[in-house]
Design a protein around this ligand. Sequence first.
Ligand code: SAM
Length: 276
Amino acid sequence: MTGKLVLVGTPIGNLGDMSPRAVEVLTSCDVIACEDTRRTGRLLQLMNIAKRPLVTVNDHTEYDQRDPLLDRVAGGEVVALVSDAGMPGISDPGERLVAAAAERGLPIEVVPGPTAMSSALVLSGLSGERFCFEGFLPRKGKDRSARLAVVAEELRTTVLYEAPHRVVRTLTDLQAACGGGRRVALARELTKMHEEVFRGSLDEALVWAPEHEIGEFVIVLDGAEPAADATDEQLVEALRAELETGRSGRDAVDAVSASTGAARRRVYQLMLALSE
Ligand code: SAM
């Protein structure tokens, strides 16, 4: 029999979302690698799946467990990987195990299941045509402010995860970085009894959220407005400013092109005219 690693999505709050294929794999696999043996044991019980051998794979054990689990796959066993909820590998352990399995050329399959990320996105009413997933922002310090600055400039819809007690703080930081008028959706308790979605501006979200800061949340943030096309005068002005900092002509062209989004060729022509 061919061994394989199977990534199995599990419900994010509603047992009805457990797929028949997920049940089949968890019933028939040789071992289940899971974040928390108690949570997964409880899921098996609720789904009437007979007890299976469970191995803990979390941020602390993923490295040590990697080789023994993949040796089992190489030996012909089926190893199922689940997280506490949703898709393993989405802000949950799994990514390193998959990378190591791929490196060893072992078969890897997926049983897709619910994930809070895409569920919130499609409920948000914001554009899902192009979006990016930020997961959890760094909790503090320079890393956090640097990510917030990137998120504020992002033109695509951004999906963020946040712990319930930090939602107001993160909305406050987003308001400071993006301005209070930026549109946002807060998807709360998805697939559970008290599922609820707030849609409005960041200013309005900061009125709503403190009264609803219970349960699990996804923040879906509208993309930034693309900057209006810069005029030739503005580009020349920006080039002069760059040159005054001591940059070479070529570096000034690169910097102005990157900061304004203007085509490099156009900025280069203006630079030539400027130096004549
Ligand atoms: N692997 C999971 C997935 O596929 O969505 C995500 C795990 S991550 C550790 C937990 C975060 O996901 C929570 O802090 C929250 O932002 C989001 N989340 C998970 N379940 C949710 C739900 N039912 N409603 C809203 N957000 C949820």
